[in-house]
Ligand binder design. Sequence first.
Ligand SMILES: Cc1cc2nc3c(=O)[nH]c(=O)nc-3n(C[C@H](O)[C@H](O)[C@H](O)COP(=O)(O)OP(=O)(O)OC[C@H]3O[C@@H](n4cnc5c(N)ncnc54)[C@H](O)[C@@H]3O)c2cc1C
Length: 407
Amino acid sequence: MAAPVNLRDDASSDAFRAEVRAWLEDHLTGDFAGARGLGGTGREHEAFDVRVAWSRELAAGGWTCLGWPVEHGGRGLSLAQQVVFHEEYARADAPARVGHIGEELLGPTLIAFGTPEQRRRYLPPIVAATELWCQGYSEPDAGSDLANVGTRAELDGDEWVVTGQKVWTSNARVADLAFVLCRTEPGSRRHRGLSYLLVPMRQPGVEVRPITQLTGTSEFNEVFFTQARAAASDVVGGAGNGWAVAMATLGFERGVSTLAQQLGFRRELERVVERARTSGALDDPLVRDRVVRAWVGLEVMRLHALRTLGAPADSLDSLDSLDSLGSARSASVAKLLWARWHRDLGELALEVEPDGGLCAAGPPYDLTDAQRLFLFSRADTIYGGSDEVQRTILAERVLGLPREPRP
Ligand SMILES: Cc1cc2nc3c(=O)[nH]c(=O)nc-3n(C[C@H](O)[C@H](O)[C@H](O)COP(=O)(O)OP(=O)(O)OC[C@H]3O[C@@H](n4cnc5c(N)ncnc54)[C@H](O)[C@@H]3O)c2cc1C
């Protein structure tokens, strides 16, 4: 287990905080200022082009890939400094960035398992926010049961030929490339014979079909590969080792971005409380009780994250440590905590509206913020591993309870 993160020492570096704040103030102007607060979870469609430009502006200022080692193009900031950055970013209400899948999932995976050639080719455009990525894991018959992946890839000379279907692929429409879990050993089953391929999205063999979500927008998509091509050298961690690499990527999902996510949650909670104040909902003692519970829940998540956050960096060298009991335990606990907390907040957000949040504000009858939060947060207990799956992991691997039946 990693040592607890001490935020007091260098986070109190006023100079660093002042530098971040000043940079954001100087650069969040013009179109960027107009995109403040836009593009968060469930609102990825908002001001997309401006947010791409903003991500490149951040990159030019050296404010992307903050925790990556300097030799890989990152800024090599301490965890405490990254937290300060995210706090200031949230305080400035800066637009949501567009490159988080590359920055937080693929980049750390390539740093840990990529070849020097793969790192040279793919890391710089992630840092510069000039190439966007999507994650091609889920399939119609492989969601919670991810080992059932059926998309296959065969070597043809110096290329992989990829055929199959992915689903629920976030940002596939805007992504330049995908990391795709494929079956590369014909006849193999379950976790064996899988490979982790880097596949260009903009080619004739790739078709993206948006899926309309509850919110009316399409953050995720179906992706069809029909003899799509990927370079033979673009298999990460070696052919047949895809399961271990794919699991490592999932481990990176809970890096320092967890704290950024929580800062977003805090702002959402503040807005809900403010709305409850103006609508009179706070007169209801049950609402006050739920507000306090929400605040406590957020505090518990924050402390859990700070206690466990060192783990991903420590685990960069070894697949085994990523698969350790402690890692599974803290990741599953964190996912269960935030998924249920955020879904509850979505419900509270509607309840504090005078009309129960059922009416649109007026033309063009777009969703209100509360409605969007309520609808999108229904997905929280599903993606990144559903609540049921997390509880099974804890039951079997941590508590040692009898195994659940497998498909
Ligand atoms: C907003 C959103 C974005 C996503 N983005 C991506 C992405 O970018 N890339 C990607 O690859 N995927 C993505 N996903 C897919 C996500 O990972 C899957 O939805 C998730 O893994 C669940 O798989 P499934 O949808 O096939 O549901 P299923 O696995 O069919 O599960 C259906 C229900 O059955 C339950 N269940 C399943 N198996 C068991 C079991 N053994 N024991 C008990 N209960 C069980 C589940 O908990 C769930 O409630 C996204 C999903 C959402 C909602």
